[in-house]
Design a protein around this ligand. Structure first.
Ligand SMILES: Cc1cc2nc3c(=O)[nH]c(=O)nc-3n(C[C@H](O)[C@H](O)[C@H](O)COP(=O)(O)OP(=O)(O)OC[C@H]3O[C@@H](n4cnc5c(N)ncnc54)[C@H](O)[C@@H]3O)c2cc1C
Length: 405
């Protein structure tokens, strides 16, 4: 049976998170966009307290042992609400984030316990994931950072750029950074492994925090690793180099979990813009007429309906990708479809919203211009628009990454 209704449990969480977004995020959204690099500590502490160890930004668990769950779907629904409140603030919430998703996707059961337990109490903590390097982003198999075994340690050397929450994870909390590095360049993709580097580990330095176009409440850092030593047990999964690139696929599986999350965040920003336009039109006595023949609609009504349709299509793709994870199904194709669609439509919707409201849309008096700036990142990180389209094409046509690049 196909059912597009959210369960009562998920709806309850949705309402609760919406209240947080409306009352705690919207009122400070502009302030922390203007005050880039300053942290909204009252909000962050409150989120850490209320999440009570339930990491709103953490994900990656496939179907739990006891059967299908709604964990990933609930996460997507919650993140849409939080990003409706403010995408930059959502990204800055202390939790296991992308680093936790990598541990969940590639770590052993012992590693999950060891690295993720800290997110259920004590002081706020962050985890980050560092893949991108000055030489390469989309082609993550070309990374130059190395991890060399030396006795009981791995020694990491290299530079990672544009790491979300990198500063908070590496220096300002008892969190960690998951770093992708090659243990054997001659092995190509198969030699790439993920390593957990605990906050404050000697040899890991934050050398820069970016000034950005959007999501300015979220820190984005450059991390340098200079003879940074981590215990042997900090390599996620098996240290063996497989004969094929299966190991790399394991690390890449992180994205199957995180792409629906990015898509959900994009949808939240798009919905914020759409809701605002609808409310503004209403205030001016303009009601969008549904069920009217297309040739009788105004241009504005057509634009508005198209925005709604695109947003709904992106949401359905996103929920499907999350539902598949909750049911233990491989969702690599669906996660990329959702991310590609949502990343594109949020940029289109927010631009159109600015356009429809004229000069007011462009003014800093409203949040519309901010949403337009916040939107674009969803088309860049966790695989750009082009890369996700490439993955979709490969999966549908049955080509390998060598055959279609
Ligand atoms: C705010 C922000 C936060 C980020 N957070 C993180 C993070 O937490 N961790 C992390 O590791 N990285 C992070 N990134 C980096 C992000 O994932 C990369 O920017 C992204 O993967 C693209 O890589 P690149 O910038 O090197 O661009 P490139 O790979 O150089 O791509 C440049 C352009 O070429 C296109 N392109 C590349 N290859 C192809 C191809 N084969 N076919 C068609 N088009 C192609 C791309 O789509 C893009 O438009 C973040 C980036 C930003 C801006």
């Amino acid at each position: 049976m196909i059912d597009f209704e959210l369960s009562e449990n998920v709806q309850t969480v949705q309402k609760m998170v919406h209240a947080v977004a409306e009352q705690a995020m919207r009122p400070i959204a502009r302030e922390y966009d203007e005050r880039e690099h300053e942290k909204p500590w009252d909000f962050l502490n409150m989120m850490w307290q209320v999440s009570g160890g339930n990491p709103i930004g953490g994900t990656g668990e496939r179907k739990p042992k006891e059967g299908p769950s709604e964990r990933n779907l609930t996460m997507c629904v919650s993140i849409e609400e939080l990003s409706w409140g403010d995408a930059g603030l959502y990204l800055s919430i202390p939790n296991s984030g992308l680093g936790g998703a990598a541990v969940a996707a590639a770590g052993t059961p012992q590693q999950k316990e060891r690295f993720l337990a800290r997110f259920s109490g004590g002081k706020p903590k962050w985890a980050a994931m560092a893949i991108t390097e000055p030489c390469c982003g989309s082609d993550s198999s070309a990374i130059q950072t190395t991890a060399v075994r030396d006795g009981d340690h791995w020694v990491i050397n290299g530079t990672k750029i544009f790491c979300t929450s990198g500063l908070m994870a590496a220096e300002k909390s008892e969190g960690f950074v998951v770093v992708w590095a090659t243990v054997d360049r001659s092995a190509g993709r198969a030699g790439i492994k993920a390593f957990v580097v605990e906050a404050g580990t000697p040899g890991m330095y934050v050398t820069k925090v970016e000034n950005k176009l959007g999501i300015r409440a979220s820190d984005t850092a450059t991390l340098v690793f200079e003879d940074c030593r981590v215990p042997l047990t900090n390599i996620l999964g098996s240290p063996e180099i497989p004969k094929t690139s299966e190991g790399f696929k394991g690390v890449m599986a992180t994205f199957d979990a995180t792409r629906p999350i990015v898509a959900a965040s994009a949808i939240g920003v798009g919905r914020a813009a759409l809701d605002f336009v609808r409310d503004t039109l209403r205030e001016h006595g303009i009601e969008v007429r549904y069920g009217v023949p297309a040739h009788k609609l105004t241009a504005l009504e057509r634009d508005f309906m198209d925005m709604e349709v695109q947003l709904q299509a992106a949401r359905l793709l996103t929920w499907r990708a999350a539902w598949m994870m909750d049911n233990g199904m491989r969702n690599n194709l669906e996660a990329s479809m959702a991310k590609a669609k949502a990343g594109l439509v949020v940029t289109q919707i927010t631009q159109k919203a600015v356009e429809l409201l004229g000069p007011l849309g462009y003014s800093r008096q409203l949040l519309l211009e901010k949403w337009m700036r916040d939107a674009k990142i969803n088309d860049i990180f966790e695989g750009t628009q082009q890369i996700n389209q490439l993955i979709v094409a490969r999966r549908i046509l049955g080509y390998s990454s060598k055959e279609l690049s």
